[in-house]
Design a binder for this molecule. Structure first.
Ligand code: THU
Length: 165
C-alpha cells in the first residue's frame, strides 16, 4: 500500500487594489454580471468574467429555476456562452465573485465541483492552464494558476471509449 499527497498552490491578494489593471477590470465586469443574476430562489448572486485567448471578454451569472436543479451556476453559464460564441478559442482567465444580500462576503467564492469539472475540460481542450481568480464582496482575492489546482484527480475524456473507429 502507498499513500500519496497532493499539494495545491494559490496566491492571496490582500485586496482588489493589489490586482493588475486587467484583473481589476475583469473583477468589475464580474461584479456587474453578478448584479444581473437571476437568483430569486437563493438570493445568492454570482458573476463571472472570462477572458479568452483572442482578447474577447464574456460575462455571465447564475440562472435559477423553480425546479431547482434546472438552474445553472455563473461559471458554467459563462463558459458555455463563451464556447458557443467562440468555439475552440482557449480560455485564459476567469474571475468569479458573488453577493450575499444578508451578510457581506469577506472571503472569496470558489467554484462548485461541477463547475470545476467543466472548466477542467475547457482547460484541457485549450492546451494551457486557465488562471482563476476568486473574490468576495470585499477582502482577499485568491488566485490559482490552473483549474488543476482546484480539481486534482480529474475525470477526463481519456477514460472514455475511443470512438475513432
Ligand atoms: N452558484 C454559482 O453560480 N456558482 C458556484 O460556484 C456556486 C453556486 C449559484 C448556484 C445557485 O444559483 C446559487 O449560487 C446558490 O447555490
Amino acid at each position: 500500500m502507498k499513500t500519496f499527497e497532493i499539494k495545491t498552490t494559490f496566491t492571496v491578494y490582500e485586496s482588489e487594489a493589489e490586482l493588475s489593471e486587467e484583473d481589476q477590470k475583469l473583477l468589475k465586469m464580474a461584479r456587474n454580471a453578478a448584479s444581473r443574476a437571476y437568483a430569486v430562489y437563493s438570493q445568492f448572486h454570482v458573476g463571472a468574467a472570462l477572458l479568452l485567448d483572442n482578447g474577447e471578454i464574456l460575462t455571465g451569472n447564475n440562472q435559477e429555476n423553480c425546479a431547482y436543479p434546472s438552474g445553472l451556476c455563473a461559471e458554467r453559464t459563462t463558459a458555455f456562452y463563451a464556447s458557443s460564441r467562440f468555439p475552440g478559442v482557449p480560455f485564459k482567465k476567469l474571475v468569479i465573485t458573488a453577493v450575499n444580500p444578508q451578510s457581506t462576503l469577506t472571503t472569496p467564492v470558489p467554484p462548485c465541483g461541477a463547475c470545476r469539472q467543466v472548466l477542467s475540460e475547457y482547460e484541457q481542450r485549450g492546451g494551457h492552464p486557465i488562471t482563476v481568480l476568486m473574490a468576495g464582496q470585499e477582502g482577499e482575492i485568491w488566485q490559482v494558476n490552473s483549474v488543476q489546482d482546484l480539481l486534482p484527480l480529474t475525470f477526463s475524456d481519456s477514460y472514455l471509449p475511443d470512438m475513432t473507429i
